[in-house]
Design a protein around this ligand. Sequence first.
Ligand SMILES: Cc1cc2nc3c(=O)[nH]c(=O)nc-3n(C[C@H](O)[C@H](O)[C@H](O)COP(=O)(O)OP(=O)(O)OC[C@H]3O[C@@H](n4cnc5c(N)ncnc54)[C@H](O)[C@@H]3O)c2cc1C
Length: 430
Amino acid sequence: MKVSICWFRRDLRLKDNTALHMALANDSAVLPLFIFDSDILKELPADDARLSFIHAEISSMDVELTKKGSSFLTKHGSPLEIWEEILKEYDVEAVYMNKDYEPYALKRDKEVAAFLSKKGIQFHPCKDQVIFEENEVLKNDGKPYTIYTPFKNKWLSQFDQNEHLPLKDSNFENLYQTNIDLLNLENLGFTKSSIIVKPFTLEEVAEYEIMRNFPAKDGTSYLSPHLRFGTVSVRQIIQKLKSNDAVFLSELIWREFFMQILFHFPRVVSESFRPKYDTIKWRNNTQDFNRWCEGETGYPMVDAGMRQLNQTGYMHNRVRMVVASFLCKHLLIDWRWGEAYFAKKLLDYDLSANNGNWQWAAGTGCDAAPYFRIFNPIEQLKKFDKDLIYTRKWVRNLNEFSYPQPMVDHKGARERALSTYKEGINSYTG
Ligand SMILES: Cc1cc2nc3c(=O)[nH]c(=O)nc-3n(C[C@H](O)[C@H](O)[C@H](O)COP(=O)(O)OP(=O)(O)OC[C@H]3O[C@@H](n4cnc5c(N)ncnc54)[C@H](O)[C@@H]3O)c2cc1C
């Protein structure tokens, strides 16, 4: 029997899923597939919280599929080898998948598409995780935007809610009838993490503009891991927004802005967007870096953020900006070190957003904070957590002897950062 395969990756939902919807609209029966990519898994700790989340989401989708007489096919290995294996097991007519714009995914999908096309199998990449993808929001001269505000204005001028509505219910009668056991975490060499992904909420969004900067207020949506792994579609979220949710929408546009930056300028993965900033002589002191990672800098807001990250896989956006600035400016540690640490820990880790925001904080990015804008971690605390509600929650020993003295003096560190940045930029000859 001929089957179509819907290859799930960062789109872990059965509702309003473009690739699945398209596959089910077709004639041949549809088998959902997830490949636990051994190249990605080998970089992760045994109790990685993202993997636990992915596995839990696949398991609950599998329960739904079982009710409809079908099930997920899960495989573990290198994607190309898995596809060779699948073609031996099934008579595959077509493969549907939602596009992923990260460099690794683009390369992987190109290789798989070439392999399938050699075998005469149709490959259907679909747009799903964004409203506008790579080349849909461009300047009038056809070049990509590198500044956020004009990108946002163009995005908004092109956006018509009626064209981006969630998809109608899919025809699940067309699922492939089968009963396959899921791979469990142990089969993959992993254990369940104690860290869990919070459900998202749009309740607070009404007051988002006022509340979003106060980490004690719980005033943001917690959407990020859900958008990252596609447990909800961006269309569903935007449909639920009200006309006064412009600030919230603009954050979703930041997400797409950084995605298209990564797509058009993949060199940002290892280089500063603005090359003159790759001349900065970072101090890169490992002991300082470890104190930052552990939340032992002696600056309460920085330490609260890092401890929140280590314990929960999440950190409030305001605090992310403060800790990132502190690492690059106060400690003069390369933004790439901080970016890599966040990549290990964040539940919502997304290459484009993480890279874009780190480069923003370091002042090296496309539309970055100017390098001489150095957050004062004490003033930030006074302004955004003056009653220490957030800070005390994560820094339990704040007033105890065990809490360290500030590891650097703010004024001295600020001056050192300014002169080091200036020296680097002035030495640029490119
Ligand atoms: C140094 C640093 C690193 C970051 N790394 C990541 C990352 O790896 N993954 C990630 O999703 N976000 C990242 N962010 C952006 C932001 O901090 C998170 O998206 C946000 O805190 C997630 O919480 P929320 O869903 O409650 O956000 P909300 O404030 O409710 O925002 C709603 C959604 O808008 C998007 N969004 C909001 N702010 C940004 C932003 N600055 N850039 C891009 N998208 C945004 C996210 O999808 C978010 O879920 C980073 C920010 C900084 C300063």
